[in-house]
Design a protein around this ligand. Sequence first.
Ligand code: NI
Length: 135
Amino acid sequence: MTVTVSRKAHFNAAHRLYRPDWADEKNEEIFGKCNNPLYHGHNYELIVHITGEIDSSTGYVMDMKVLKDLIKAEVEDAFDHKNLNEQVPEFANLNPTAENIAVVIWNKLRPHISADQQLEVTLFETPRNYVHYKG
Ligand code: NI
């Protein structure tokens, strides 16, 4: 039986969306409020989904304590209360949109998930705006 288990997590972070190779006017036109040169914050809500077979010995797809600790180590400790542009190396040359943050999170978690399990990431940037990445 294949089952999906999910774990919710949370981090607060600041970002600025802009391209240094675009003029100020174009950055303002494309990114609007998210182009604020002095940054702004979001309360990000993350859901990590693991899909796989139920282990017949434990009854688990994955031990949720292991998943909780993995998300803390790879995502919360790296992103929480950080300026993503300035303090998280993955975004030094990558616009920290919700889309790109979700892909970065997926790439950080994937090596730690069993090869026979599927990983998906849902990231809420606001209560109404969210992205989903399946790899
Ligand atoms: Ni923003």
